[in-house]
Design a protein around this ligand. Structure first.
Ligand SMILES: NC(=O)c1ccc[n+]([C@@H]2O[C@H](COP(=O)([O-])OP(=O)(O)OC[C@H]3O[C@@H](n4cnc5c(N)ncnc54)[C@H](O)[C@@H]3O)[C@@H](O)[C@H]2O)c1
Ligand SMILES: O=C(O)CC[C@@H](O)C(=O)O
Length: 630
């Protein structure tokens, strides 16, 4: 720690996320008919005082006069004040405890409320400078001690001066009376603390803004300097990612920006500069060029199953981890596939369209039950195998074809080839992954091998099916109908037009890539992918990462965690270990996992070391990315 500096923290909306008088109002006014009105007036006075529009002492007296406050009310708030700690304070308790002799808590609030927090932080009672409440004989609050300078405007600078501090004084707070401390010459630096509330005049008057305790420590070069402050980490989420993800990431302290639609390559190249984490769905192409322009990128999350839109190898070569949500929308796709199969078998979409035109055409011709029909599933992965179970429950016979060995569920039968599957299937449904090699695997030849009048579904990826050949097969009546949810060219946003040779064809159902678009699935994806990102950012865990070796890690405490991603080439590990030994780092734990392309080493080291030593680790030949966690 900087030897000489004293750090002076305001309390309300700085160390705790509440304003004391508003919280006391909630307690004291509970059940009172004019509670809302009085509460609003108190909040208005707090804002005016914090923005410097009403003198502090006057605002304090006016607010106290509005409340029927008693000792019990004050005690009730003191009892639960520890639960109100600011999120970044809770994360940095160790810092406060280690440096309590350099910390002062300075507040226009009340000593009884601040005391439990000060005790938790290890800050001695004589380093808590606050107002003292006065009570009458019945225990009613009668006011504050007028002899205490903190009960009046200008009180904070006065009490700081009275401390007779010798070294630099750093003031941290959210209100105008905190800014005044620096203006009055009682502090050398003032940080506007904005984690809970951001007041423009206070920020303008500050030397710097700190959106969290981490940012403050980072700016001051204190203990947290090796861990980049979370609020400075920019997360850019495209394509209308579910708010559950935004909430989780923001709650964890990261700065999140969202964009409704997908971005084109050039636009993304512009936007990705300075972004640490990118979130996309299926439309945004994260190409080699995009990754080249990404100067800060650490991770990409596909808020969906498919990752074919991301250049996974190029990302791995830059040490950028890519995650997806492999199971969160599986069931939604399966349910839509079942529904579409029934709709095709009964010609529901054409019959419904006719009804909308005013035509009544009651007929059973061409309408068939699912029961007893053969469903041919191409790609028996998560979706294909789940569909297999539901289809059998509906009385279908299931056969499947997959490139790799898959466990046949229920009575499903594996077919040795796609052709064999096509020869037997009444309905063919495609659920292969979107790898480039699967482009147009379903074309004229495959359509020709389908049974006369059979149906085709594609809910996997648009480039799998040759759309021209399909349009012909449908037009000629060779196959009986098709349902497509995915297309080779999909509009980037809902405002863009859609065109396809399949438009207007009989018994063809077209849906706008909504297989996974249910409220349940989107929320689940948002939560899952955000959790994966947090696990990676906060502790280096790469479970479910699709392009780097997977390492499951617990949180580290009492140590610093170093994360080293490198090219899997001979000698890297030996060089790394040599560098660690040379730097005198005391290793508490080490994990290594490699795949054919990349190696990932996690090293937990004892925290007392020369930070300069880390430089050597960065320069080990083959290093793709080096990161240290606090
Ligand atoms: N429509 C939507 O909204 C939506 C939603 C989710 C997933 N998807 C897509 O659905 C597809 C399947 O998803 P999943 O979670 O089941 O994937 P998965 O990886 O679990 O399964 C894919 C299976 O296809 C097999 N496969 C790949 N190429 C093949 C080929 N040429 N022939 C036969 N088998 C082949 C693989 O071996 C694997 O078993 C993916 O393309 C995914 O992107 C679409
Ligand atoms: O929501 C999306 O954009 C894609 C959904 C789906 O294709 C997936 O891969 O999960």
């Amino acid at each position: 720690m900087n030897d000489a500096a004293t750090y002076i923290f305001d309390f309300d909306s700085t160390l705790v996320r509440i304003e004391t008088l508003e919280a006391l109002a909630d307690i004291a006014l509970a059940g009172s008919p004019d509670a809302a009105e009085v509460r609003a007036e108190i909040a208005r006075l707090t804002d005016q005082a914090m923005a410097g529009e009403v003198a502090f002492g006057e605002a304090l007296r006016r607010r106290l006069a509005l409340l029927p406050l008693t000792r019990d009310h004050v005690q009730a708030l003191a009892d639960r004040i520890l639960d109100e700690g600011t999120p970044s304070l809770r994360k940095n308790l160790a810092f406060f405890r280690a440096h309590a002799d350099r910390i002062v808590i300075l507040s226009g609030g009340f000593r009884e409320i601040i005391a439990p927090v000060a005790e938790r932080l290890g800050v001695a009672p004589d380093r808590v400078l606050a107002n003292d409440l006065l009570y009458d004989a019945e225990g009613r609050v009668a006011g504050v001690d007028p002899a205490n300078p903190l009960s009046e405007a200008g009180g904070k600078p006065a009490v700081i001066r009275a401390l007779g501090l010798t070294g630099p004084v750093v003031m941290v707070g959210d209100g105008w009376n905190d800014a005044e401390v620096k203006q009055a010459g009682a502090a050398d630096r003032f940080y506007a603390f904005t984690e809970i509330v951001r007041r423009e005049p206070v920020v303008s008057a500050a030397d710097a803004e700190a959106a969290s305790i981490d940012e403050l420590l980072h700016a001051e070069g204190l203990a947290g300097r090796w861990s980049y402050p979370r609020s400075r980490m920019r997360i850019l989420l495209l394509e209308n990612v579910h708010p559950a993800a935004v909430d989780r990431l923001e709650e964890a302290g990261y700065t999140v920006e969202t964009v409704k639609g997908a971005l084109g390559e050039d636009e993304l190249i512009e936007r990705i500069k300075g972004v640490h984490v990118l979130g996309v769905r299926s439309k945004t192409q994260v190409s080699d060029r995009v990754l080249d322009a990404a100067d800060k990128l650490m991770a990409v999350a596909a808020f969906c199953i498919g990752t074919n839109q991301i250049d996974l190898a190029a990302a791995a070569d830059r040490g950028v981890a890519v995650f997806n949500a492999p199971y969160s929308n599986t069931r939604s796709v399966v349910e839509l596939a079942v529904g579409l199969t029934i709709a095709l078998m009964r010609d529901v979409s054409d019959k419904s369209a006719a009804m909308h035109r005013g035509e009544w055409n009651k007929s059973a011709t061409g309408s068939r039950e699912l029961r007893g029909k053969t469903l041919g599933i191409v790609g028996y992965g998560a979706i294909g195998s789940q569909l297999s179970v539901l289809a059998e429950a509906l009385g279908m016979r299931v056969i499947f074809h997959d490139l790799t060995e898959r466990l046949a569920l229920g009575n499903a039968r594996r077919m040795s080839s796609l052709d064999a599957l096509l020869a037997e299937s009444d309905v063919v449904t495609l659920h292969v992954d979107g790898r480039v090699e699967n482009t147009n695997i379903f074309g004229a030849a495959q359509l020709a091998r389908m049974k006369d009048g059979a149906l085709l579904l594609n809910l996997s990826r648009g480039h799998i099916v040759d759309i021209g050949a399909l349009a012909q097969a449908l037009g000629s009546g060779r196959i009986g109908g098709a349902a497509l949810d995915v297309f080779p060219d999909e509009p980037a946003t809902n405002a863009d037009p859609f065109d396809s040779p399949l438009r207007g064809l009989k018994n063809v159902i077209l849906t706008p890539h909504i297989g996974g678009s249910t409220e349940e699935a989107q929320e689940a994806i948002g939560e899952f992918a955000a959790d994966r990102l947090l696990a990676y950012l906060n502790r280096g865990d790469t479970t479910f990462c699709v392009n780097l070796p997977n390492v499951q890690l617990a949180e580290v405490s009492g140590a610093h965690r170093l994360l080293h991603i490198h090219r899997n080439q001979p000698g890297v590990l030996a060089d790394l270990n040599r560098a660690i030994a040379g730097a005198g780092l005391n290793i508490l734990g080490q994990h290594l996992k490699t795949d054919e392309r990349t190696g990932y080493v996690i090293i937990d080291v004892e925290s007392g070391y020369d930070p300069e030593a880390l430089r050597v680790l960065r320069s080990v030949a083959g290093t793709l990315r080096f990161r240290s966690l606090y």
